[in-house]
Design a protein around this ligand. Structure first.
Ligand code: FES
Length: 162
């Protein structure tokens, strides 16, 4: 039987935990690609391995998966505006690219900007198709929702350099 400490070691997957570090070395399905089908469409909240993230597709069809909370005053970027190759925070207007870099601080004077020092947690993403190798009848009902498609599109992410 596992001790309380061993159980915690194996089951906690949040950022900074031992199992979380292991799990973030693998690709993890995060959301359906159709949830962010449109470039410059609204961002989507994603919670994976105990971490709150936002996903969006930028103007050049690149997919971003960023920490949900703005590093300035912790406003949710889920309310952000997805525009011109970045996600802009609605509180003070800082803008973040898909790699987590801050690309604009609109309310800071140009000489005082420190955007090159600001970075948000960002995960690399890949769009993948998952197909079923079993007959459709053998797939449990909950997984057989999309009857018109033989494959589902999902986005995965893993920890690593963008
Ligand atoms: S809280 Fe996001 S820019 Fe200030």
């Amino acid at each position: 039987m596992l001790s309380c400490e061993e159980n915690g070691l194996l089951t906690r997957t949040g950022p900074g935990t031992a199992m979380g570090e292991v799990m973030r070395r693998y690709w993890v399905p995060a959301l359906l690609a159709r949830e962010i089908a449109e470039p410059d469409g609204p961002p989507v909240r994603v919670r994976v391995l105990g971490e709150n993230l936002v996903a969006f597709r930028d103007s050049e069809d690149r997919i971003g998966l960023l920490d949900e909370y703005c590093p300035h005053r912790r406003a949710s970027l889920w309310f952000g505006r997805n525009e011109e190759c970045g996600l802009r925070c609605v509180y003070h207007g800082w803008k973040f690219a898909v790699d987590g870099s801050c690309v604009d601080q609109m309310k800071e004077p140009e000489e005082n900007q420190f955007k090159h020092k600001v970075r948000l947690t960002a995960y690399p993403t890949r769009a993948r198709e998952f197909g079923a190798s079993r007959p459709r009848e053998a797939i449990p009902a909950a997984r057989n929702r999309d009857r018109n498609s033989s494959a589902r599109h999902r986005l995965g992410y893993r920890r690593g350099p963008c």
